[in-house]
Design a protein around this ligand. Structure first.
Ligand SMILES: N[C@@H](CCC(=O)N[C@@H](CS)C(=O)NCC(=O)O)C(=O)O
Length: 115
């Protein structure tokens, strides 16, 4: 099964920074496993676990939140997003929020049998 659009959203940003990718087999329901739902209680993909230098971890789920967390944490120079309070920031947020509500066609067919 191809990676989902929600996973790609976070990966587009993660590709600019070092990360470990853990594949969850959602064809086998692994996203609802006990270990994964401790990370994302919704049992959905993606999620980010950021292990900080002091050993503490930050856990983020929902693709939009993952993207915003990654850029906030790793792109202090705004090369991948826009400074808060700028017009571009609010445009970006509108698109991020709007994309969160979309279900891609292949997933509509596969999961909900819709055309
Ligand atoms: N609004 C969520 C949607 C997450 C979502 O639906 N992820 C899909 C993969 S694209 C998933 O985990 N599907 C498996 C399931 O629902 O059990 C987000 O943007 O992260």
């Amino acid at each position: 099964m191809p990676l989902s659009t929600n996973i790609h959203k976070a990966q587009l940003i993660e590709n600019r920074i070092p990360y470990n990718y853990i594949r969850i087999d959602n064809t086998q329901g692994e996203q609802r496993s006990e270990w994964y739902t401790k990370i994302n209680p919704n049992g959905r993909l993606p999620a980010v676990v950021h292990v900080k230098e002091d050993g503490n971890s930050v856990v983020v789920w929902e693709s939009a939140a993952c993207m915003l967390y990654i850029v906030t944490e790793f792109d202090k120079g705004y090369t991948m997003w826009y400074p808060p309070q700028s017009q571009d920031y609010w445009q970006m947020l509108a698109w991020v929020r709007s994309l969160s509500l979309l279900i891609p066609p292949w997933e509509r067919k596969l999961a909900y049998n819709l055309t």
